[in-house]
Design a protein around this ligand. Structure first.
Ligand code: GLN
Length: 192
């Protein structure tokens, strides 16, 4: 199993470190041929507008959309979730998401006062202690379509969701020091 991390901008190194700690073969994806070689993909947090522009300049936008639509197991975090959403609220006018995940997300939707915070999350099916949710200028999921499963919520809003083989978190599991979500995604969507 080869796991890719989209490495155009943002917290891709941290995802790689988690995958290394789990003993996975992980590669950074910057080119279409690298994308073609992976069995699963992580889309990191960062700045969704910048990632969107770099998807165009790298030639990755169309192959990425095609592979994910085709069932590539994909775990998107924070800005990565915005990139996959069907609707972005408070986005830039030229921000065009990939529309692979049936959600409406509001950029920086948790507001200025609580721009960054941590919260313990109860994740469906995850045994043991609550998962430490690290939220950094996080997107707020304001609507999730009927095909979207909510695996964890916080303050009445979904924060970890799954649609088909796409998982998406508005928080940063790669910054929490807890490997369980990466591990569970890979076990459930790739190893099986
Ligand atoms: N606010 C960022 C955006 O809109 C996302 C923040 C993050 O990925 N930590 O792209």
């Amino acid at each position: 199993m080869k796991v890719g991390v989209l490495a155009l901008q943002g917290a891709f190194r941290e995802h790689r470190e988690v995958l290394d700690a789990l003993g996975c073969e992980a590669i950074e994806v910057r080119l279409p041929e690298q994308l073609a070689s992976v069995d699963a993909l992580f889309l990191p947090g960062g700045e969704s507008t910048t990632i969107g522009k770099l998807l165009d300049s790298s030639g990755l936008r169309l192959p990425l959309r095609a592979r994910i639509a085709d069932g590539l197991p994909t775990f998107a975090t924070c800005a990565g979730l915005i990139v996959l959403a069907s609707e972005v609220l408070d986005g830039r006018p030229d921000q065009e998401p990939l529309a692979l995940l049936d959600v409406s997300v509001r950029r920086n939707g948790y507001g200025r006062q609580v721009a960054s915070f941590e919260a313990p999350l109860q994740v469906e099916g995850l045994a043991g202690a609550p998962f430490p949710g690290v939220f950094i200028r996080a997107p707020l999921i304001e609507r999730a379509g009927p095909g979207v499963d909510v695996l964890a919520g916080h303050d009445g809003a979904p924060v970890l969701i799954r649609q088909g083989r796409i998982w998406a978190a508005s928080f940063h599991p790669e910054l929490s020091g807890d490997l369980r979500l990466h591990q569970r995604f890979l076990q459930q969507e790739v190893a099986a």
